[in-house]
Design a protein around this ligand. Structure first.
Ligand code: MN
Length: 202
């Protein structure tokens, strides 16, 4: 049987991000939505006869016309990254090389936050906003549905080091239509230690 992807453990309790992201939203998001992307990814890979490559390789070499694989490989990867950067274990603030790079690219953290929040708020319908590293520099972009910048022709083409899910399933139970409030709350739960590690490895 071919390799299959597993739903990763969240790594923290569903309650851990309250009051910013509520436990019920986290539980449904992880155990239902992410689990669904995981199962559908494995089915799409079997259909396509693809096995034994990493999720990053799948995304970078994706046939964009294969919608089942595109949606579910994206959904699998995007949520894995999202849980990682929200993990409250050994949480740190922004510092070091990433802080320098953000100030260099955007002028200040406040400018970065404003531009990232705008990218997330103005993504029409469902999608994601991303902070990406590309050739050592930082860029902000957004993508529709479960697309991401590792896919051919999507976003800035960089490596995502931070992302925010702006599908309604990510916030509607607690924030209803107030996406801007959810985006603002998201900044309270980002673990910059994890984002910095991703920046170093990008
Ligand atoms: Mn989601």
């Amino acid at each position: 049987y071919i390799m299959s992807f597993l739903l990763p453990d969240l790594g923290f309790d569903y309650t851990a991000l309250e009051p910013h992201i509520d436990a019920r939203t986290m539980e449904i998001h992880h155990s239902k939505h992410h689990n669904g992307y995981t199962n559908n990814l494995n089915n799409a890979l079997e259909q396509a006869g693809i096995s034994d490559i990493s999720i990053e390789e799948i995304l970078m070499n994706l046939d964009m016309d294969n919608m089942a694989l595109r949606n579910n490989a994206g959904g699998y990867y995007n949520h894995c990254l999202f849980w990682e950067i929200l993990n409250p274990s050994d949480k740190q603030g922004l510092e070091g090389d990433l802080e320098v790079a953000i100030n260099s690219a955007f002028g200040s953290f406040d400018n970065f936050k404003e531009q990232f929040s705008k990218a997330a708020a103005t993504r029409f319908g469902s999608g994601w906003a991303w902070l990406c590293a590309k050739d050592g520099a930082l860029e902000i972009c957004s993508s529709a549905n479960q697309d991401n910048p590792l896919m051919p022709g999507i976003g800035c083409g960089g490596t995502p080091i931070m992302g925010v899910d702006v599908w309604e399933h990510a916030y509607y139970l607690n924030y209803q239509n107030r996406r801007a409030d959810y985006i603002s709350a998201f900044f309270n739960v980002v673990n910059w230690r994890v984002v910095s590690e991703k920046y170093k490895n990008a």
